[in-house]
Design a protein around this ligand. Structure first.
Ligand code: DI6
Ligand code: FE
Length: 394
């Protein structure tokens, strides 16, 4: 599916040829070059092929559950109040520090399997529930192992600046020094991070602390991205753009000026309707401004135990349309070509085009809008990763 005038780039009665894991040709079956006709390997029987889906923002490696906090929030306690009282992210940090690598791998591979069952072929996984060098390293090692074991590409992101660990209470600048001088260099030297992220927020880190981290990341040659303007406007999306970030994520409170800066810098907007829904947020991200300035809008699950305990990327298509008023075509682009861009993978994945990796999902649907229309449904009937039939589960 290419970006065409119908918004989807539909090719009716199409065919895809793959060679050595890459797409070699795509077009109408009647025009398939002679050499390829002799080697039809998969008859899709009238199903719809899309690029393999890309979940470009997850925190899926963690231990434990926060169902108790969910109950508290239903009694009227806010997410920020829970965090300030020592719960929230820090409670997952306690459970994750206590879990062995094996146990983390076991819990996480179930989450990844659920994503794969919906045609996902690329997933980004962040650290951020360790907040010390040993545990952050363990989380990213587990993420790498998932990538090796699962016929799915895993891109890792170091999110050491996710929250302040209790042992650094009142010493956020010292913690950022630890992140910049010890954690990030060690993780980078071990080849465990493909990008660097931070939570720039009242309950996270300030723009100044974020800038220190970004400067360090850039010095090491690592791309950056940011949890920006989720609960308040600290100018995070603008800051991310200034640093040439791949993406700025959440964006509920982002200003017009930040959107302009993203447009100028080519920073992708990653919208996370699962967190918006689960926190019962009412402030909508600036969709009209993003559209007007042609900022690519990606969509992701934000899979995490506190604000989006969800392993369905298809559900995000529905939520983005229902809550954010995206069109189904925008939503599908948000989990394919724009999601690829949010990971710097636009020349590798996210479209069905010659030269890209042959990652595809096969759907039993009558028209593409069905992917966004039905919620809680899973019409995925096949998954191809790098040109081979891949399991729809781990
Ligand atoms: N924003 C989020 O929505 C997640 N992290 C972040 O920075 C929430 C993480 C959690 O509550 O465990
Ligand atoms: Fe997140």
């Amino acid at each position: 599916m290419n970006a065409g005038g119908d918004g989807y780039g539909i090719i009716e009665d199409g065919a895809v040829a793959a060679l050595d894991g890459r797409i070699a040709w795509v077009g109408r079956r009647a025009e398939l070059p002679g050499g390829w006709c002799a080697r039809i390997e998969h008859d899709c029987r009238g199903g719809w092929l899309t690029p393999g889906l890309i979940d470009c923002h997850t925190h899926l490696v963690y231990a434990g559950s926060r169902a108790g906090e969910f109950e508290q929030r239903l009694q009227g306690v806010s997410y920020e109040e829970i965090a300030r009282a020592g719960g929230g992210i820090v409670s997952t940090v306690r459970a994750t520090r206590a879990a062995s690598e094996q146990e983390l791998l076991r819990q996480s591979s179930r989450r990844l399997a659920a994503l794969m069952a919906e045609g996902v072929t690329t997933v980004e996984i962040k650290s951020g529930y360790g907040l010390d060098t040993v545990t952050e390293t363990r989380i990213l090692r587990v993420a790498r192992q998932l990538g090796l074991a699962c016929a799915t590409e895993v891109k890792t992101t170091f999110l050491g600046a996710h929250a302040l660990p209790p042992e650094y209470a009142g010493r956020a600048d010292d913690y950022i020094s630890l992140v910049c001088e010890e954690m990030l260099p060690a993780i980078h030297a071990a080849g465990l991070a493909d990008a660097v992220d931070a939570f720039c927020e009242g309950i996270g880190f300030t723009p100044e602390q974020t800038t220190r981290l970004f400067d360090k990341a850039r010095a090491l040659g690592l791309p950056v991205k940011l949890h920006a303007d989720q609960l308040s406007d600290l100018g995070g999306a603008g800051l991310a753009a200034q640093h040439g970030a791949l993406s700025a994520d959440h964006l509920e409170y982002s200003s017009r000026a930040s959107v302009e800066a993203m447009a100028r810098a080519g920073t992708t907007a990653v919208l996370l309707p699962g967190a918006y829904y689960f926190l019962r947020e009412t402030k909508l991200p600036p969709i009209a401004a993003l559209r007007e300035r042609d900022v690519p809008m990606a969509l992701a699950t934000d899979c995490n135990p506190g604000t989006s305990p969800c392993t369905s990327l298809l559900l995000m298509l529905n939520l983005a349309c229902t809550l954010f008023r995206l069109t189904p075509a925008e939503a599908l682009a948000g989990v394919t070509r724009h999601a690829a861009r949010a990971l710097g993978l636009q020349r590798e994945a996210g479209r069905i085009a010659p030269g890209l990796r042959a990652d595809l999902a096969l759907w039993e649907i009558e028209r593409p809008a069905e992917l966004a229309y039905a919620f809680g449904a899973n019409p995925c009937v096949g998954r191809y990763y790098a040109g081979t039939v891949a399991p729809v589960s781990a």
